[in-house]
Design a protein around this ligand. Structure first.
Ligand code: AMP
Ligand code: GLY
Length: 423
């Protein structure tokens, strides 16, 4: 079979890596891919971004299955486009992808279907938004309605930060259309976890649990990022919490979408806040796998990813089983200097040719140019390893990191600390 993966990050590298272990897969194309996928003879990078050109490519190359990594092409309607051309694709339609591409859509959906989430209001004009902040007071959370490359959420600890965020979006239009509406919501406290499932419109196949580390610095200090590291499983998701998430969030979401006439196909990611008293609330939906959560999750996957996603694309998930390695997998992101504000690019990356078992270096912001591997984005690599315990996986990752060098590399030294405290 011929498979096409859309995207260029660590998540897509991990998806392609796992697909390459399937005996059914003969060719793997990645559009556009990165330096790491370029260097791997099992993959072929295709330098395309435009979804129409990607569809033409899929027709010409008779691609059997396309898997979409990031949210942008989903929100542009790549799934609708491929289906209109009778091409097999795994992902949500443009309408279903609104669960991620519009916070207002997602909040309204959760309210109508009684899915637990923070109390909120949506605003289009600054005066009413400022007034609401004056009534509710900080801490409070301001969210741009649309996609804003992970920068659209401001957790305001003071009233001033909240007012400034409203002005940034509604007065100065800094996010353009994505910030033409803002969602203002109640500040929630607790421990976050990522919960992902695969869905074919009817049947749900839950993936292993995971936890991401969004802040740049150790001990969850510093600015929010796309994610500086992750591990799977997440001990905070106990059996009780797992059942609650399935019953109160996942089933009502999938059933609610079907009832609304927008059946959900693809990866559904619920960002969770788990409170001390064991309540679970939905912080957000994503319509794709998380990055860097995908890297440790797929390292634990024992089943054939191609079979699972092919069955899902054909709406035949009901007889599909999924098996996991019982060990812990952990990923640490190496980011470029200046990330997340102003990542410095074009630094040469050196990776020692030393094999360390049960580990893998997934590439994200890398490019291969003039026989050199260079940084080309904020998050550069996700070093991932398996271990019999969180501690063992963590030690192995940091051992692998010692084999990698580039100027200004920054990474957290404490990925997995919550799980270690939980043991
Ligand atoms: P989101 O993209 O909506 O998940 O928001 C990004 C990050 O902002 C989350 O991972 C949380 O750390 C934080 N966040 C979002 N919503 C809230 C909330 N209602 N209360 C506290 N923190 C939040
Ligand atoms: N790591 C969080 C996300 O992928 O949205």
């Amino acid at each position: 079979m011929k498979v096409l993966v859309i995207g260029s990050g660590g998540r897509e590298h991990a998806i392609a890596w796992k697909l390459s272990q399937s005996s059914k897969v003969k060719s793997i194309y990645i559009a556009p891919g990165n330096g790491g996928t370029h260097l791997n003879p099992k993959f072929k990078n295709i330098n395309l971004i435009d979804i129409n050109l990607i569809a033409d490519f899929a027709i010409k190359e008779t691609i059997d299955l396309t898997i979409v990594g990031p949210e942008l092409p989903l929100s542009e309607g790549i799934v609708d486009l491929f289906r209109s051309k009778n091409l097999n694709i795994f992902g949500p339609t443009q309408r279903a992808a609104q669960l991620e591409s519009s916070k207002d859509f997602a909040k309204d959906f959760m309210y109508r279907h009684h899915i637990p989430t923070a109390k909120y209001k949506t605003f289009k004009t600054p005066d009413e938004a400022h007034q609401y902040i004056n009534e509710q007071r900080a801490p409070i959370v301001i969210k741009a309605d649309g996609l804003a490359s992970g920068k659209g959420v401001i957790v305001a600890m003071t009233d001033k930060e909240a007012h400034d965020a409203v002005n940034f979006m509604l007065v100065d239009n800094k996010f353009g259309d994505a910030g033409a509406k803002v969602v203002i919501e109640e500040f929630l406290q607790g421990e976050e976890a990522s919960f992902m499932v695969i869905c074919d419109g009817k049947t749900i196949l839950p993936l292993a649990t995971s936890q991401d580390h969004k802040r740049l610095l150790d001990q969850d200090m510093g600015p929010n990022t796309g994610g500086m590291g992750a591990y799977s499983p997440a001990p905070v998701v106990t059996k009780e919490i797992y059942t609650k998430v399935m019953d109160e969030i996942i089933y009502p979401t999938i059933n609610g979408m079907a009832k609304d006439g927008i059946p959900f196909t693809g990866f559904l990611y619920a960002g969770l806040m788990i409170t001390k008293s064991g309540e679970v609330k939905t912080l957000e939906y994503n319509c794709r796998m998380g990055d860097p959560e995908t890297q440790p999750i797929l390292m634990r996957l024992k089943s054939d990813l191609f079979e699972i996603l092919y069955n899902a694309a054909l709406s035949q998930l009901n007889s599909t089983k999924i098996e996991w390695d019982a060990r812990t997998a952990l990923a640490v992101v190496l980011a470029s200097a200046g990330y997340p504000e102003n990542p410095k690019l074009q630094d040469e990356i050196y990776i020692e040719d030393r094999l360390i078992s049960d580990s893998y270096i997934f590439h994200a912001g890398t490019i291969y140019k003039d026989n050199k591997l260079l940084t080309s984005g904020g998050r550069v690599l996700a070093v991932t390893a398996l271990g019999n315990s969180v501690k063992e996986a963590q030690s192995k990752v940091y051992e692998v990191i010692n084999t990698v060098k580039f100027n200004g590399a920054q990474y957290r030294k404490d990925i997995g600390y919550r799980a270690l405290n939980n043991n």
